[in-house]
Design a protein around this ligand. Structure first.
Ligand code: ADP
Ligand code: MG
Length: 524
């Protein structure tokens, strides 16, 4: 991996060639309905993984970047975490309303034993001591987005290769080096498996979406795949819609949606609820929105994700798994007690741990954190009474990011901003935060980004203003997987990947938020 010369990428292209490639990309984007606002550009290819693999279209995890099958181990791991109520309670107690709602629901009866997860495990390249390795940023258990759009980004790059050969600018730019990405069919397969398990052929799948959803086209591709390949209809509703349209059968807890419309013969019974909303505080503008979320949880429909599976994706859980013995316990045969069939995966523990950066809780009093403090030259100034976890974060601030137990993005505290932040953080809020070592991506890596000017958003001439910019970039690689579980065997599969690339000046990752662009992979 270390032998690839990043400084030589991207290959040199003349301004005329770049213009031709940008035009080709923009034409395909129009055809592919990728019409997220103009803050949604796409890059020309940039190598994210590095392998000698020569199969025509090898799955990416079979590259040397990650051990084969790792996503499957992650799929099972998070299924088991979601089933371990006691473990989630210790990690999530303070998360608030969702956890409390779940606790109340599970004390009565849970009528649907099955859970569905559509996951995305995100990684970045970490350059340490002359070695490159993929390190996990986070594991998403709710609303793992951009599957279908990343498939289209990969297809766009293959199409441009077919039509232009990228002007033979690099020997790496050949068809063999462009891996397949069939995320749409894989994610839809997960939803269809849940639908089948529910067992009512004519039932529909409910997509719970945000009002004025910006990711609508990412979701529509899944909807079309479900209809065309699986003959399953989808209903899209916001939580506000559902406050009016959703009801539970008092005896069976079956969820039905009633939409008064002359063309829709509703009510529909719902087999599976796919949440693309209800993970960020703004999804719950008033307490009644939580009531709607809990009504859905109480239903017989299979939830993607259920509340425990959503909570399993929290940063506190990610951190708790790194503590000594915790991962190993989840991978061991003990798992039969979590409602997933015994299957000893402990042989994979080292591979999983190798993808992790150091993490700890700000309220940690653990012996290993205290010991790490002792090895540092000075003790935390002004933090004398703080727990070891907070003092260690103070001392190591320049190489850390702090993350709150909250989804939705935009809340992390990076490096130099950490000490001031810690000084102002009330003691009782420490338990909601974790410290994570920064993944140090290789420097001097560039790419061509096609950026639209924000001012042209939504106007007809937007496409003529697309500009190609050469910039130093960081890429984030995500692997998708699904898991259907809750009784016996975990039904799971790795189903595709995503690359987002951003200029090095930005810390945050969200594509639709305008910080980064969709990308794909060249194997070298
Ligand atoms: P969110 O739940 O907001 O998506 P993430 O953990 O994905 O939170 O963090 C958001 C972004 O911050 C990531 O996409 C990545 O660009 C950056 N980031 C997060 N953790 C790290 C890390 N340990 N090292 C480097 N960058 C990170
Ligand atoms: Mg993220």
């Amino acid at each position: 991996m270390a032998s690839f010369n990043f400084a030589a990428w991207p290959p040199q292209l003349t301004p005329e060639q770049l213009e031709a490639l940008t035009l080709a990309a923009n034409n395909i984007r129009a055809l592919a309905w990728i019409t997220i606002p103009s803050t949604f550009p796409i890059t020309i290819q940039y190598p994210t993984t590095h392998t000698n693999h020569r199969d025509p279209c090898p799955p990416l995890t079979h590259s040397r970047a990650l051990p084969p099958g790792l996503q499957s181990v992650y799929n099972v791991l998070y299924a088991r975490v979601a089933m371990d109520t006691q473990f989630l309670d210790t990690a999530d107690e303070f998360t608030g309303t969702l956890w409390r709602g779940w606790k109340k629901i599970r004390e009565h009866s849970v009528v649907q034993p099955l859970h569905l997860g559509l996951f995305r495990s995100d990684y970045m390249l970490h350059a340490a001591e002359d070695r490159l390795a993929l390190k996990q940023v986070e594991f998403n258990t709710i609303s793992s987005s951009f599957g279908p759009l990343s498939e289209r980004a990969a297809a766009m790059h293959r199409n441009i290769l077919a039509s232009t050969s990228y002007f033979s600018a690099s020997p790496h730019l050949t068809a063999d080096n462009f891996p397949e990405n069939n995320t749409t069919s894989g994610l839809a397969e997960g939803l269809a498996k849940a639908h089948e398990a529910y067992g009512v052929r004519d039932a529909r799948i409910l997509f719970v979406v945000q009002p004025n959803e910006r990711n609508v086209f990412d979701q529509r591709w899944l909807e079309y795949e479900l209809l065309e390949k699986h003959q399953i209809h989808v209903v899209r509703q916001t939580l506000a819609d559902l406050a009016v349209s959703a009801s539970l059968d008092p005896s069976t807890q079956a969820l039905t949606i009633t939409i008064p419309s002359p063309t829709n013969p509703s009510p529909y019974e719902i087999s599976t609820i796919y949440f693309r909303a209800s993970y960020t505080p703004s999804d719950f503008p008033s307490p009644s929105y939580y009531e709607t979320r809990f009504l859905l949880e109480r239903s017989r429909a299979i939830k993607c994700p259920s509340l425990p599976l959503q909570l399993a994706g929290g940063k506190k859980v990610q951190e708790a798994l790194t503590r000594p013995g915790v991962l190993e316990r989840f991978l061991s045969n003990e798992c039969a007690k979590w409602g997933t069939r015994a299957l000893d995966l402990t042989a994979h523990a080292a591979d999983i741990r190798a993808t992790w950066m150091g993490m700890w809780a700000l309220d940690s009093e653990d012996a290993d954190i205290a010991a790490a403090l002792d090895h540092l030259p000075v003790s935390g100034q002004g933090q004398g009474n703080a727990p070891p976890g907070t003092r260690l974060a103070h001392l190591k601030a320049p190489s850390l990011v702090l993350k709150p137990q909250r989804e939705g993005g935009g809340n992390n505290v990076y490096r130099e901003a950490i000490p001031t932040f810690l000084d102002a953080l009330p003691a009782e809020e420490r338990e909601a935060w974790i410290a994570m070592e920064m993944i140090e991506t290789p420097r001097g890596v560039s790419g061509y980004l096609v950026r639209a000017s924000p001012s042209s958003s939504g106007t007809d001439n937007a496409s003529t203003e697309k500009k190609v910019v050469r910039a130093e970039v960081i890429s984030e690689l995500g692997f998708f997987g699904y898991a259907l579980f809750g009784e016996g065997e975990v039904v799971e599969r790795e189903v595709g990947w995503l690359v987002r690339t951003k200029g090095t000046e930005s810390n945050e990752g969200g594509v639709a938020a305008g910080f980064s662009v969709l990308d794909s992979v060249v194997l070298v």
